[in-house]
Write a protein that binds this ligand. Structure first.
Ligand code: UGB
Length: 598
């Protein structure tokens, strides 16, 4: 009360709300006016931010927290009444007729899509010092994830424009959710690289705010241990993306522009865009309101399982069950072994790769009701079995894939399963943890993420008729991986199988020790036999035919130890680097027709 006169009328309202919500401990230690007055005002600035950035405000946050903390203390099962079963979805096989048909539909539809990247996470499991989207997806060209994503969206935009024969050209909007941990770095990465070729106005950055930490079971907010005038905050999770998109007005803009699809994706999956065109095709063909991309899942993998949940009251939904909840849910519902592989060697529940395609119209209708609020959860670490004290403060969290939880049963919620080699190779784990992953389960490290790109590209080349040599097994940072030829290309060279196939002809072969980087859009590979390193770049109007035997000493892979601090962190975490001994490198900067051979 002594300090009330320092506050604006809005701040007084916030103070009353905090008192009503049992939060007096936040300011009962405050000294009389005249001491720390600026910090007291700063405290209420923070309260105002926390209040306005949460759907329903802080009071609603505290109420939900009390309920969820009580449920957690009581050991209540969030799946009470639900029985899991294996859902059925669309299964795609890369390169077959069905896949090609979906790809074509998808490319046609792509000009009606907007892309949303969730990149607010720090990547604690990876332990990398910078932002994850700045990491090279592969080190043959050094293309970072953000560049790969932007170039893929631009290539899709171009391809869609061509297929629609130039009717109604539309730029594909690209939104990136950042957080205080990643915002400045993301902006700097874009600005210092000329937005990787995208028009700056095409990209929208949305910053998620952290949420207040909870100190006890009464949801008393925790003060920052280093500043008694600040509430401690922690990330709220990727589920924030929905309320941010809604409150920013972007969804309405997109709807007015005639868009139909919103695609959500995560920060470090170098394969993703190989699966995107066909998946949009599935959404469009099946009129899915929600389409989640999935891959076969090894039991106990740190990826959620897509599950059909049927309630005793008859309700049913197809939803992701997060990896830490799947095993207890199964054990509690008649699967005594929990999360285990079946005779196929995989879990019967497809793995959620958290790539979602939502149909914009129904999405906006739903958000009008919810404001984008997503069902939350809390995960307190208790000091002991009495569950009265926490080891450290906790907070509510939410996940973007929980969006369907509030949908009416009539909503069309589906999923699309693709081969892992094609669609999913995230970079999440640091070398030490990756090396400890049970044999047969994926490492999800910088090493496996890069090797997966070479593998996918080699397998795609094989499907397109190229004789690509078998891989060799090699160990980097304690991880045993397949090393395929290092074949990479820019998205504008080929995003769909049809496009890639049309640029390869005759009898082609590539040896295992080879490196090949194709950068220009009109580079045609004909009767090429490559044993070494080949790098070709060409401007748009240059048509280049590459063929004949090309042989040189090539690029050699050298091991790097992850503890070797003389080597840049980006390389250390993958455990190898290339020694560029000899290569054939050609850049075509002028329009015209050219032939390249040895
Ligand atoms: N992210 C944010 O933008 N904000 C946040 O507050 C937190 C994260 P993680 P996670 O595909 O393998 C997810 O940490 O959450 C971004 C799915 O929940 O990489 O453990 C962050 O930048 C799980 O079902 O993953 O697990 C990143 O881009 C499974 O599918 C993204 O959110 C798993 O991913 C994911 O964050 C997977």
């Amino acid at each position: 009360h002594n300090n009330l006169h320092l506050l604006s009328p809005q701040q007084v309202e916030l103070a009353k709300m905090l008192v009503e919500m049992g939060q007096t401990h936040l300011f009962e230690h405050w000294p009389d006016p005249g001491v720390d007055d600026d910090q007291k005002k700063a405290f209420f600035d923070q309260v105002a931010r926390l209040n306005s950035s949460y759907p329903g405000g802080l009071a609603s946050y505290i109420r939900t927290a009390r309920e969820l903390l009580a449920d957690s203390k009581a050991g209540k099962n969030p799946f009470d009444g639900f029985t899991p079963s294996v859902p059925s979805g669309e299964n795609l096989t890369y390169g077959d007729e069905n896949f090609i048909r979906y790809e074509e539909i998808g490319v046609r539809e792509a000009q009606n899509a907007a892309f949303v990247l969730v990149a607010g996470g720090l990547g604690e499991r990876l332990g990398y010092n910078g932002i994850k989207v700045a990491l090279p997806a592969e080190t043959t060209t050094g293309t970072c994830f953000l560049q790969l994503y932007i170039e893929s969206i631009l290539a899709l935009q171009e391809a869609s424009f061509r297929l629609n024969q130039g009717n109604h050209q539309q730029e594909i909007p690209f939104a990136i959710m950042t957080s205080d941990d990643t915002h400045a770095h993301t902006l700097k990465l874009l600005e210092s690289n000329a937005y990787f070729g995208m028009r700056p106005s095409q990209i929208k950055l949305l910053k998620q705010e952290k949420v207040a930490c909870l100190g006890d079971n009464d949801a008393r907010l925790a003060l920052d241990p280093n500043n008694k005038y600040q509430i401690q905050t922690k990330p709220h999770g990727h589920g924030d993306v929905h309320s941010l998109l809604y409150s920013s007005g972007h969804l309405n803009e997109w709807q007015k522009a005639g868009l139909r699809w919103v695609l959500f994706f995560q920060d470090t999956n170098g394969l993703l865009f190989k699966a995107i065109p066909a998946s949009i095709g599935v959404s469009a063909s099946k009129n899915y309101h929600v389409n989640s991309l999935a891959v076969p899942r090894k039991a106990k993998d740190a990826i959620g399982g897509i599950t059909r949940l049927t309630h005793t009251d008859g309700r049913t939904m197809v939803i992701n069950v997060e990896y830490n909840q799947l095993d207890p849910l199964l054990r509690a519902t008649g699967y005594p072994d929990g999360d285990v592989n079946n005779e196929t060697g995989y879990s019967p529940f497809p793995g959620n790769i958290n790539q979602l395609i939502l149909e914009l119209g129904p999405y906006i209708e739903e958000l009008k009701k919810t404001g984008g609020a997503i069902k939350e959860f809390v995960n307190p670490k208790y000091k002991d079995a009495s569950k009265t004290l926490f080891k450290s403060s906790t907070r509510l969290e939410c996940m973007m894939q929980d969006y369907p939880k509030t949908l009416a049963p009539s909503a069309r919620v589906g999923f699309t399963v693709m081969d892992t080699w094609l669609a999913y190779a995230p970079v999440k784990n640091n070398p030490e943890d990756a090396a400890k992953v049970p044999k047969g389960n994926p490492y999800h490290s910088a090493t496996s993420g890069e090797m997966a790109i070479y593998r996918a590209n080699s397998l795609i080349f094989r499907k397109a008729g190229v004789k690509v040599d078998d891989p060799v097994q090699q160990v980097f940072n304690g991880q045993d991986v397949e090393v395929w030829p290092r074949i990479v290309w820019k998205p504008k060279w080929g995003l769909t199988f049809g496009e890639i196939k049309s640029k390869i002809s005759g009898n082609c072969s590539i040896s295992q020790r080879s490196t090949m980087a194709i950068k220009g859009p009109d580079i045609f590979i004909q009767d090429l036999s490559l044993d070494g390193a080949l790098l070709v770049d060409a401007v748009e109007e240059a048509e280049v035919k590459v063929g004949g035997p090309i042989q040189n000493k090539g690029w050699i892979i050298e091991n790097v130890d992850y503890k070797d601090s003389s080597c840049p962190e980006e390389l250390r975490i993958r455990g190898f680097r290339f020694k560029k001994v000899e290569q054939l490198e050609k850049n075509y900067n002028e329009p015209g027709k050219f032939t390249l051979n040895a």
